[in-house]
Design a protein around this ligand. Structure first.
Ligand code: DC
Length: 230
């Protein structure tokens, strides 16, 4: 039986960075499910499909070839995963603020979610994974061996996001990032279909005052204890 770690949490809680490091320590596959919502939004913007056109977006997502892999040596430019959309490397193109807000909008649509959840479950079938998103602990992998809810204060998360965006050369202010983060969190937590929630069996980790390494150690230790008894 494969071992599954499910991580949910709000924007910029550190899910990606931490999951990548845990995946390396344990030899698991890291799956960034947000990238799939981002690819759908990216396609919508490119093809001028409205972000609330449920049928149109579901069709786009269904026919798209979405692939993810651990970055190869020559792809190591700070990315956590290499994301391929119909064969094109979109790892950075899907990280702009425009695509982020778009992803949060398309993620409200039940048909889009159904489709992407299925793709995610197929990836996890038969292999050890650490998968992160908003609905992993209760929808995508409800029987995960270890469930984590990662969070952090709004200001700490906005600072992290600002640093990421500035590093990539986006021209944004702290206030803009804080406001976008609040908009996305609000949409992600109040949508009708599968909003971000804390399940009772999740371990809640507030990352505001912890180093990345401390959080990684915490999760790896918990996983190792469970793996020994599996
Ligand atoms: O984790 P992220 O910021 O890359 O996710 C982008 C958006 O996709 C986020 O605002 C909410 C949505 N999302 C979701 O609804 N369910 C997931 N499992 C992952 C992401």
């Amino acid at each position: 039986m494969p071992f599954h770690i499910a991580i949910d949490g709000p924007v910029a809680a550190g899910k990606g960075t931490i999951s990548r490091l845990v995946a390396e320590r344990l030899g698991f596959l890291y799956v960034d499910t947000g990238a799939m919502y981002r690819m759908t939004a990216f396609l919508a913007i490119k093809n001028k499909v409205k972000l609330n056109d449920e049928e149109g977006l579901a069709k786009l997502a269904a026919s798209a070839k979405m692939e993810m892999r651990t970055p190869t040596e020559d792809e190591k430019d700070g990315r956590l995963s290499t994301i391929l959309l119909d064969g094109e490397d979109v790892s950075w193109k899907i990280r702009t603020e425009k695509v982020s807000l778009g992803a949060s909008s398309v993620a409200k649509l039940a048909k889009v979610r159904q489709l992407l959840v299925k793709k995610q479950q197929e990836i996890a079938e038969g292999q050890d994974v650490i998968m992160e998103g908003r609905d992993i602990t209760y929808r995508v992998l409800p029987h995960a061996d270890l469930k984590i809810f990662l969070t952090g204060s709004d200001v700490v998360r906005a600072k992290r996001r600002l640093t990421q965006l500035l590093t990539k050369g986006e021209d944004v202010s702290f206030n803009q990032v804080l406001s976008d983060l609040a908009t996305r969190d609000e949409q992600d937590m109040t949508r009708e279909t599968d909003p971000l929630t804390i399940v009772p069996d999740a371990v809640v980790i507030d990352t505001s005052d912890l180093s990345i390494q401390q959080v990684v150690d915490l999760i790896v230790n918990k996983a190792n204890i469970l793996l020994e008894n599996k």
